[in-house]
Design a protein around this ligand. Structure first.
Ligand code: AHR
Length: 553
């Protein structure tokens, strides 16, 4: 659950915090192009873009699991072992990395034992989210039938080619249960009773789960701890966890947005027992939802939200402005972490991000927290992925919230209907960044000026990210301007462009979105970019996302 409190930061001053212009960047080039310029500095690598930045989040929440993913093997909906086939087919196209499950807030009320063993004998439990469900909601959304448990989740990961990232319950189960879940997943065939239990349901070989979240939003729904209290619990939960030969990477429940005191309090307490304690932490989870479209009028969690489909140009920029705070959160928390962890052993794991609107745009009205993503959310998601790509040394994992039938979903589905949203298309377009070397890309573009309730406001003109693999340069960028196309000149320092191909996601209406009936209202198209005197030129349509694959000489 989100807290009602929320501190605003001034976007304009923080959006580019931590970004230093390279000495090789020449703003003159921007002026000469008459539009925007990006200088790509091939000899200024920043780090490898972890494929895990392209990870996902599925929670046992309303229509996400039951209907979205799990339809059951007796369903008329085409499925593979009970899992929606169309989803599997689409996900295989985007090269998914990790999948976080089972929550979210749900995780801290979940007993993993309920979801293992013969399916017909599994108990029915009240779902954490039951109180938010409507009377018309399918019973499975309120009373969890536990049909989709650990084995089924592993099967889902296998089918889509991803890896599991399990979120363990720290609020309502003892540490012993956490150890036993690790044992169930990772103990070798024939070794323990839990390995035998796993084998008895058809999974003799261990799942070798590496990534384990230890609690979720422990400052709120995950136990309402203080940072110090949580650090003590985290230390206890993660000390001497049997590993069964698998590497275990523990992710601690980190801050909401700009909760600097949560980061400082946790690390202060952890290192009170010595810096070596940091070795037990792989990641520090950061959550950021963009939700306040009240233009500064309220910070109320309910009243401050806007609509997913009905919005004007100012709402478009306001949402991007809120989302763009991500970069300042990354830089700010990283700096605090560095005060305790000078060599930055612990990385950031942004395992929940996306826009969060008020109810009303659900394609399936019964689905709590479902919203219909538009072109605005495509630009938002692309901008956010570019931010992660620009900080590969800091951000080790990111999970978009959530995969299907929920907030910033890549897919929407109900019974036998399915569609890929504009956000899903962005993930397909951005996939080639995975594993590439992020290189410095210095953008220079005229600012966008608009009027916000009678006062002048502005937003940056263009941003993106670049990565290199062999002789292939991959550049992604967004033009956030709702009405103006922008020509970008791409200057490559340390290399020469031979050819360039573009994929563009644009729409004539900023509200454009896909539905079950109109599945391809928003879809990427291919375009060629011009190469002149070793530079690349491309015209970015208004409010668009572009991926350019540039072949170097
Ligand atoms: O994604 C929905 C919810 O948002 C998650 O369960 C929780 O972690 C966050 O507050």
């Amino acid at each position: 659950m989100r807290p009602s409190r929320r501190k605003f930061l001034k976007a304009a001053t923080t959006a580019s915090a931590g970004f230093a212009f390279s000495r090789k960047f020449s703003p003159l080039a921007a002026a000469q192009s008459g539009g925007a310029t990006v200088e790509i500095l091939l000899d200024e690598p920043v780090g490898i873009v972890s494929p895990n930045i392209y990870s996902h989040f599925i929670e046992n929440l309303s229509g996400v699991i039951y209907d979205g993913i799990w339809v059951g093997d007796e369903s008329k909906v085409p499925n593979v072992k009970g899992i929606r086939k169309e989803l599997v087919d689409e996900m295989r196209k985007i090269n998914p990395a990790l999948v976080r499950f089972p929550g979210g807030c749900f995780a801290d009320s979940y007993d993993w034992r309920d979801g293992v063993g013969p399916i017909e004998r599994r108990p029915r439990r009240t779902n954490f989210w039951a109180s938010g469900e409507k009377p018309s909601t399918p019973a499975a959304h309120r009373y969890d039938p536990n049909r989709f448990g650990t084995n089924e989740f592993m099967q889902f990961c296998n089918l889509i080619g991803g890896k599991p990232y399990l979120a363990a319950n720290l609020r309502s189960l003892p540490a012993e249960q956490f150890y036993q879940w690790v044992e169930y997943c990772n103990s070798p065939a024939g070794s323990t009773t839990l390995a035998d239990e796993r084998a008895a349901t058809g999974f003799a070989q261990p799942f070798n789960v590496q990534y384990w979240g230890v609690g979720n939003e422990s400052w709120g729904c995950g136990g309402n701890f203080t940072a110090q209290e949580y650090a003590v619990e985290f230390r206890r939960f993660t000390t001497w966890v049997p590993s069964y030969g698998s590497e275990l990477s523990f992710v601690a429940s980190g801050p909401n947005e700009d909760s600097w005191e949560w980061t400082r309090g946790f690390f202060e307490e952890i290192v009170r027992k010595g810096k070596h304690q940091l070795r037990n932490i792989f990641g520090w989870a950061l959550h950021h939802y963009a939700w306040n479209l009240s233009r500064g009028k309220t910070r109320d969690w309910i009243k401050g939200k806007g609509d997913a489909l009905q919005f004007d140009a100012v709402d478009w920029y306001e949402l991007l402005r809120d989302g763009d705070l991500m970069e300042s959160y990354i830089n700010g928390h990283w700096q605090i972490m560095g005060e305790f962890d000078a060599d930055h052993h612990v990385k950031l794991v942004v395992d929940e991000w996306g826009p969060w609107y008020r109810p009303g745009s659900e394609l399936t009205p019964e689905n709590q927290l479902e919203q219909t993503p538009t072109q605005r959310d495509a630009v938002f998601s692309a901008m956010t992925l570019d931010t992660f790509n620009r900080h590969p040394e800091k951000v080790a994992v990111s999970c978009c919230a959530q995969l299907i039938n929920c907030l910033n979903s890549l897919y929407l589905a109900h019974e036998d209907r399915f569609c890929v949203t504009p956000v899903g298309h962005v993930f397909a377009m951005y996939a080639p960044h995975q594993g590439g070397e992020s290189v410095r890309a210095a953008f220079s573009a005229p600012e966008i000026h608009y009027e916000r309730d009678g006062k002048a406001a502005s937003f940056w003109g263009m941003k993106g990210s670049a990565s290199l693999r062999d002789k292939k340069l991959f550049l992604t960028a967004v033009n956030p301007d709702v009405s103006r196309p922008l020509e970008l000149q791409i200057v490559i320092r340390g290399g020469k462009a031979k050819s360039a191909q573009a994929r563009v996601l644009a729409a004539s209406d900023i509200h454009a979105h896909n539905t079950f009936a109109q599945r391809n209202e928003v879809a990427p198209r291919s375009a060629s970019a011009q190469v002149r005197q070793e530079a690349v030129y491309f015209m970015f349509p208004p409010g668009s996302v572009t991926a350019l694959a540039i072949e170097l000489a």
